[in-house]
Design a protein around this ligand. Sequence first.
Ligand code: 13P
Length: 336
Amino acid sequence: MSELNKIALKIISNGKGILAADESNGTMTKRLEAVNVNSTPENRLLFRETLFSSESMKKYIGGVILYDETINQTTNFGESIPDLISSSGAIPGIKVDIGTKSLANSSEEKITEGLDGLRERLDKYYKLGARFTKWRGVYTISNKYPSKLAINSNAHALARYSALVQESKMVPIVEPEVLMDGDHSADICLRKTSEVIKKCFDELIFHKVDLSGIILKPNMVLSGNQSKNQISNEEISQKTLECLKNSVPIEVPGIAFLSGGQSEIEATKNLNLINKNNNTKFIMTFSYGRALQQSALGKWSKNIKNIKETQNTFNHRAKMCSLAALGKWSNELENK
Ligand code: 13P
């Protein structure tokens, strides 16, 4: 087993998953202002260190994706953030893309940037303790989109990123996110998501990326959020499995879904059914941002000094996601 494969498996095995706490300062400011908390570096740190020092980190979280500001911060108890995460047995990771820009010659679509100077930044993050990274490509669905241009150029960037990350001895999370925005059917989402993922793997293979040392972070296959034809959780799980079975090479150790705007409960239910029905060899787990943090953020915003209750809320959510990653979640356990 390669070192990269070992790291990937450590992050996602045994019902563990990933806490995606890598919101950029812009996104985090939106999240904090929505619950009437000032977005200062101190408040962003306080919320995150509250989560990272929770009991559930030891049992349910295999890795945490950080943002540049956070990986450089020191907790109110004087410990570096990567050390705090490692002390619970989880692995620190870092988002290394620098966001999206409008794609030239298809200006309604996005291309993710951040390849220039990436090798040097990776070196710095490794020294800070990171052992895995994340890069997100983003695609919209409509009659015209995603275009071949967006599919090809984002796949190319994801592959160049992955090759550099593995050269730096870290595990790349490859995140092609097909957004749920729109009125498209789940079958269109299935077709487009499959096309996007297949192209990513064509490029990863062309760039000689070791597929046993990556983690794929895809969206689940859903109807568009404006569609009148919403499908059941069971159908979501079936279509998501069909998509991944047909598009992901067998060498990939595991898949960690994004929540992408699903509610905490929907994201948990769907992951649970995906695991119950899992007829693939892939580990299927979570790499949730909003679906792990939303309730905890709501609780914390009522009183940012109330660490205990915020942690209790987060612990419950992390436990439910972990049960779902094992196909052992139920409504009863959720409401206990
Ligand atoms: P959500 O789970 O909130 O979609 O965030 C995951 C993520 O990392 C998006 O890039």
